[in-house]
Design a protein around this ligand. Structure first.
Ligand SMILES: Nc1ncnc2c1ncn2[C@@H]1O[C@H](COP(=O)(O)OP(=O)(O)OP(=O)(O)O)[C@@H](O)[C@H]1O
Ligand SMILES: C[C@@](O)(CCOP(=O)(O)O)CC(=O)O
Length: 458
């Protein structure tokens, strides 16, 4: 009995910071870099204990084994060698608390992550027997390898949750809402904070318009006394019932599926340098507290700009469906020129394309105000120059600093056929010397079941 699942990485195109507040929608694109898990029955242990062994063979020392403390207590586990992986232990504990297993279990999980999640320096590829999968092997341990910001922990927590729930569910169809709710709780617990959860939601549901759940749902759960009195079986049982109630309740959040319109593709550029999201977030929150009037006015404008992007993308889908020829002409028109060179008059047929361009401009204008007012480098000057340079080349509708912004990355919306020429042109142009274009595209699916044969030999 083997099973495999995968879940996507993410790019938050619109809604950074606002998405921390359950009042605002964000736009999240799921990416072609995915986290994979293969679940097999594990070996019985000679001591008769239940166990969940996790191997992550691309990384040095990527091995964790969680065993129960006794044959009778199937709910609490510890890592055999005291090896630390906060995201794994949180996921294992949360799933066990939700499932409350009544019979012994021994399972093994193998984790594989696509190349986009981590820096590819000093790696060697490894191919599965049928050649369908190839992953990069690193010389360092997982916590030592540089990340690219696609949400590896959210992917990990989501696929491990899916695999374990499916195993314990014994053939019952996987309920994505249950996987999502359990994964959000485990991820918050591991991070020791309650983020907006857009990364976990994208890993589970794929490309989505996401509005957050009320954080209180999880806050109350993580205040439970079980966390300050480990080993207390009665408290453990109480916590399990409380957790089950929360997971099975209605979270009232938005996860409407979405996808970029036909022939419009995302192009991500990795920038040398980096930013620390928690520092940016705390600066923004501090400014919000100190300047309530200024910040609520700006949040209102930024939200209107975000919503106008969502509407423009929706209008483009409609145009494609209802006036296919006009849509194709629009795509051709924008592939042949830079939007920097557009004349003032709007070609009426192409209004939806112009709306897309102006919504991106409006998001950026407001992100620059956010930068100026709060002092947090959300769209710093270097990124402003770079994004302005991108729209001088043909086929680019505009671009943003995704997620929390800063110096990490840029994300462009491009005519698909223009990407090759765009990348080529940028290579011989010193304005783009700090950018590495990433081999990524949108893959809108969230968690999917994979064919286990594709992972044999890895
Ligand atoms: N392939 C993997 N195998 C085992 N553990 C992993 C793997 N990928 C991620 N992790 C766990 O997730 C941690 C990284 O999570 P963290 O939230 O810091 O980064 P991230 O989710 O990639 O970042 P971001 O949210 O900025 O995209 C690792 O230190 C490890 O504990
Ligand atoms: C700033 C924030 O809204 C987005 C962070 O996005 P990213 O990790 O930079 O992709 C934080 C959050 O939503 O948890």
């Amino acid at each position: 009995m083997s099973q495999a699942f995968s879940a996507p990485g993410k790019a938050l195109l619109a809604g950074g910071y606002l998405v921390l507040d359950p009042s605002y929608n964000s736009y999240v694109t799921a990416l072609s870099s995915r986290m994979h898990v293969v679940l097999r029955l594990g070996q019985e242990r000679s001591d008769g204990l239940s166990s969940i062994k996790v191997l992550s063979p691309q990384f040095h020392n990527g091995e964790w084994e969680y065993i129960t403390t006794s044959k009778e207590d199937l709910l609490s586990v510890k890592e055999v060698n005291d090896r630390v992986n906060p995201f794994l232990i949180a996921t294992v504990n949360t799933v066990l608390a939700y499932i409350q297993p009544s019979t012994k279990y021994n399972v093994q999980l193998n984790i594989y992550s696509d190349p986009g999640y981590h820096s590819q320096e000093n790696t060697t590829p490894k191919l599965s027997i049928n050649g369908k999968r190839s992953f990069l092997c690193h010389t360092q341990a997982i916590h030592e390898v540089a990340k690219t910001g696609l949400g590896s922990s959210a992917g990990l927590v989501s696929v491990v949750t899916a695999a374990l729930i499916s195993y314990f569910g014994k053939g019952k169809e996987l309920d994505k809402n249950v996987v999502h709710n359990v994964a959000q709780i485990a991820h918050c617990y591991a991070q020791k904070k309650i983020g907006s959860g857009f990364d976990v939601a994208a890993a589970v549901y794929g490309s989505i318009i996401y509005r957050r759940f009320q954080p209180k749902i999880i806050e109350d759960l993580l205040q439970h006394p079980v966390f300050s009195a480990t080993g207390d079986e009665k408290l453990q049982k109480e916590y399990s019932s409380a957790l089950r109630k929360v997971v099975d309740s209605d979270w009232d959040f938005n996860h409407t599926p979405c996808t970029l319109p036909p022939h419009i593709r995302l192009l991500m550029g990795d920038i040398q340098g980096g930013s620390e999201t928690p520092k940016l977030v705390s600066k923004i929150l501090q400014w919000k507290k100190e300047k309530p009037e200024q910040s609520s006015a700006l949040y209102k404008d930024l939200n209107a700009a975000n919503e106008s992007l969502i509407t423009a993308l929706d209008e483009l889908h409609k145009l494609y469906k209802e006036k296919h020829d006009v849509y194709s002409k629009g795509i051709k028109f924008f592939s042949d020129q830079s939007i920097d060179n557009l004349t003032k008059e709007v070609i009426p047929d192409f209004t939806a394309f112009y709306d897309l361009i102006s919504s991106i401009k409006s998001i950026r204008l407001n992100l620059r105000k956010l930068t100026e007012y709060s002092g947090a480098s959300v769209e710093p000057k270097e990124q402003t120059a770079l994004l302005d340079d991108c729209i001088t080349l043909k086929g680019c509708f505009g671009g943003v600093v995704p997620g929390a912004g800063g110096y990490d990355a840029i994300c462009l919306l491009m005519v698909d056929d223009s990407i090759g020429k765009f990348v080529q042109a940028s290579k011989s142009d010193s304005r783009f010397e700090k950018v590495t274009w990433l081999n990524l595209h949108e893959e809108k699916n969230g968690i999917i079941v994979e064919d286990v044969r594709h992972y044999l030999g890895l």
